[in-house]
Design a protein around this ligand. Structure first.
Ligand SMILES: Nc1nc2c(ncn2[C@@H]2O[C@H](COP(=O)(O)OP(=O)(O)OP(=O)(O)O)[C@@H](O)[C@H]2O)c(=O)[nH]1
Ligand SMILES: [Mg+2]
Length: 395
């Protein structure tokens, strides 16, 4: 009987596939492969052959060989979509039988951005729970962000959930890092999300996540935002949860009205079940309007003394996706125009208004001069009268 159950457990395990699409997507799947990925398969997919052949994966697929000739898509998502359609048979062969598919990419280029919606349509057709995991470019990459926004509109329709990390939000958790290091932080975040989730579903963990539970939270979950927090010492769980909830890696309009919440906790060997339960309750307090909450926990011996909490909020509304961010940007672009005006007064003051007042002075002088000249006349007249009187008396 026990043997039967063991056999059954093996076949009942969900089949997980992680697909890295484009340059960033493949960098992330290579990060996962290097950390050791035992719960599923990794497929690296790119139109750029030079980047593809150095990746670590169970399978590599060169997308759109005829269309792109192994040179990439040069930032054109339409070309990425076309390349994916060209390779659809190969993709279908590799993905058939998967229950859970993570599609991973950095949005903003051509291959990942264009190919992901096409591959998502395929995996949904194959009845796999399809979770898109994407990063969106930094705020300074304006044109790329707009491409990313358009792709998310498509992904929201074709994926069950799209977990989004805004590269610009990384500063809040990682500080002002050089670009390459910031991208590595993003890769590690997306990679950890995929790996932790897969581990808790497929490997024995402190608290296992059930594939059916995951499906209940992520299926038709729409846009999802992740928050992470880490702490040690006293009240480490409270502090880690507070941090995870207060710094979502995608701006959300209203945190409290999300559709579902997935909490994942990693701690050292000292992590207790009590702490796991407390973390769940604390998150529930912060998002009171959701009933769909699931959590999993695992022990990582490298983390003794500390806990790391990851909260995934599904079905959120984001100003980035709804276009409010774009609208704000337009205002920002227009704002500088009136700016030169306030500078004018600063330039003008040197015109001394005091000097303008000075000209009346000559008028005053003229009046004084006139007064002086009339008194001279009177003195002369008086002198003449005195002289006449003297002359008369001395005669
Ligand atoms: N998270 C992350 N983002 C990256 C990485 N490398 C590049 N990016 C960003 O991801 C976006 C897409 O870049 P790539 O993945 O190189 O583009 P691609 O999908 O290969 O598309 P093409 O090269 O145009 O065919 C850009 O905005 C990059 O700035 C990376 O290693 N990690
Ligand atoms: Mg590329």
């Amino acid at each position: 009987m026990v043997t039967d159950l063991k056999e059954f457990a093996k076949t009942a395990k969900p089949s997980v596939t992680v697909v890295g699409l484009g340059g960033a997507g493949c960098n992330i799947t290579t990060w996962i492969a290097e950390k050791g990925f035992v719960g599923g398969r990794i497929i690296a997919v790119n139109t750029d052959v030079n980047h593809l052949y150095v990746q670590k994966a169970d399978k590599a697929i060169l997308l759109g060989e005829k269309l792109c000739k192994g040179h990439g898509c040069g930032g054109y998502p339409e070309m990425g979509a076309q390349a994916a359609r060209e390779s659809l048979t190969e993709l279908r062969d590799e993905l058939t039988g998967s229950n859970l598919v993570f599609l991973v990419a950095g949005l903003g280029g051509g291959t990942g951005t264009g190919a992901m919606p096409v591959v998502a349509d395929l995996t949904r057709e194959l009845s796999a729970l399809t979770i898109g995991c994407v990063t969106i470019p930094f705020t300074i990459e304006m044109a790329r962000r707009e491409k990313a926004r358009e792709a998310i509109e498509l992904l929201a329709k074709s994926c069950d959930s799209v977990v989004i990390i805004d590269n610009s939000k990384l500063r809040e958790i990682a500080g002002n890092l050089p670009l390459k290091e910031a991208l590595n932080v993003a890769n590690a975040l997306v990679g950890a999300f995929v790996k932790n989730l897969t581990d808790t579903i497929t490997q024995p963990s402190l608290v296992n996540l059930d594939y059916a539970d995951l499906r209940a939270v992520m299926e038709r979950g729409g846009i999802s935002s992740i928050g992470i927090g880490e702490s040690d010492g006293q009240n480490r769980v409270e502090k880690a949860v507070a941090q995870a909830i207060s710094t979502p890696l995608l701006d959300v309009t209203d945190l409290t009205s999300c559709y579902g919440v997935l909490i994942h906790i990693v701690g050292g060997e000292d992590l207790t079940l009590e702490e796991v339960a407390v973390a769940g309750e604390l998150v529930m307090d912060k998002v009171p309007n959701t009933k769909r909450i699931i959590w999993g926990a695992k022990v990582d011996t490298n983390l003794t003394g500390a806990v790391r909490v990851m909260a995934v909020l599904t079905g959120v509304e984001s100003p980035f996706v709804s276009g409010e961010v774009r609208a704000k940007k337009e205002v920002v672009v227009e704002e500088p125009k009136p700016e030169p005006e306030p500078i004018k007064p600063k330039v003008e003051p040197p015109k001394p208004p005091v000097r303008k007042v000075e000209p009346p002075k000559p008028v005053i002088k003229v009046v004084e001069e006139k007064k002086a000249s009339s008194s001279y006349i009177w003195i002369t007249i008086i002198l003449i009268i005195i002289l006449v009187l003297l002359w008369y008396l001395t005669r």
